[in-house]
Design a protein. Sequence first.
Length: 77
Amino acid sequence: MNCKICNRKAIKNGFCKLHMKAYESVDGKYKIWNKALEISWKEYLSEIVKNPFTGEWAKEVAEYLVKNGEERNVKDC
């Protein structure tokens, strides 16, 4: 099975090693952002994509999640 974002071999949840690491980082920091800004998951992902300091892997993950409508609730963190 290939990564949902690139053609590398998927290792977990449909992501390759690099995109999975980026996903875990994006996912892990959402609770902090939500607590500070009361921001929704979708707004958070949009901010990641727009931020010039965000790494390329994290941007690709955020873009993928927005495009595919993944929902997230801060209670899930």
